[in-house]
Design a protein around this ligand. Structure first.
Ligand code: C2E
Ligand code: CA
Ligand code: CA
Ligand code: CA
Length: 275
């Protein structure tokens, strides 16, 4: 720092200071927000592509911030990851999802697979598996209706430990999906070893099916890989009939996207499930 002019140094300092302030503020905001029930989940149904029945549901977080209004995950998830409060968020999501599954069971609603997103920080926690176990037991949830979405990158950081955790989760009956598949750094030799149930093809490939030969080839290759590995294959971000038709003719099983439905509030998803 001594090589910088004094002004520059102060500028640099101020920038870091402001960044830290925002981080601290956000961290405090998230913790109070969780306490005050400012967060809520919306639910996006996923459909079997062949007959357009609901296959499963993904829960996605939203934040009704008292000053900033409705916030989408892109406004706070990454910062929460840096600040560490993502762990609090993930546990809130897990607990809310379990409460929802319990409420459906209590009301004799036809069971449906509910999928939640887990961030790297939480997955890496030593107590991740026991923590999930205790929440599941607390709400007497049938683990078979809970799915965790993790990414390639999270698994690849520490393959052996990840495999061990995934095995424990799946022994309990919990399902595991690899989210955003195709954009990570993993090699196929890792993927074939992972004890998982499903692969979700990242929406960037699906959205380029129309314009890019490469994306078409990637999508087809992932679908074929899933068939060989006997994994469920899910296409994210389907927005058009063209994309749907391409996926259908390539035997992709499950689809998610605005073409079928946007994420909706709990009342709406319950209505859809009754149909
Ligand atoms: P994701 O897990 O890949 O979730 C899918 C995202 O794509 C959602 O955005 C969803 O609303 C959006 N989407 C669904 N269909 C379409 C479509 O047809 N076209 C387009 N363009 N987008 C579509 P959302 O809800 O804003 O979430 C963004 C990301 O934030 C998620 O990506 C996930 O990585 C993260 N996230 C969301 N909820 C949670 C959560 O509860 N916990 C954690 N840790 N992360 C979350
Ligand atoms: Ca996801
Ligand atoms: Ca995704
Ligand atoms: Ca994601």
């Amino acid at each position: 720092a001594k090589y910088m002019g004094t002004n520059q140094f102060q500028l640099y300092n101020k920038e870091i200071h402001e960044k830290l302030m925002t981080m601290n503020e956000l961290q405090a905001d998230i913790l109070t927000g969780l306490e005050k029930n400012e967060f809520f989940l919306v639910y996006q149904p996923l459909f079997y592509i062949q007959d357009e029945r609901i296959a499963e549901i993904e829960a996605l977080i939203r934040w009704k911030h008292p000053e900033k209004g409705l916030l989408y995950p892109d406004r706070f998830i990454e910062l929460a990851e840096q600040a560490g409060t993502i762990i609090n968020i993930d546990y809130w999501v897990l607990e809310t999802a379990c409460k929802q599954l319990k409420s459906w069971r209590d009301r004799n609603q036809k069971p449906v697979l509910l999928s939640i997103n887990i961030s790297a920080k939480s997955f890496e926690t030593k107590s991740f598996v026991p923590d999930i176990t205790s929440i599941i037991n607390q709400y007497e949830v049938n683990p078979e209706y809970l799915q965790l979405e993790i990414t390639e990158r999270m698994v690849i950081k520490n393959v052996e430990e990840s495999i061990q955790k995934l095995c424990q989760l799946r022994d309990m009956g919990i399902r595991v999906a690899i989210d955003d598949f195709g954009i990570g750094y993993s090699s196929l030799s890792y993927i074939v070893r992972l004890p998982i149930d499903s692969i979700k093809i990242d929406k960037s490939f699906v959205q380029n099916i129309t314009s890019s030969k490469e994306s078409k080839a990637i999508v087809t290759t992932i679908i074929n890989l899933c068939k060989i590995l006997r994994l469920n294959v899910i296409a994210e971000g389907i927005e058009s009939k063209f994309e749907l038709d391409y996926l259908k003719s390539n035997q992709c099983e499950i689809g998610q996207g605005y073409y079928f439905s946007k994420p909706v509030h709990i009342e709406e998803i319950e209505r859809l499930l009754m149909e």
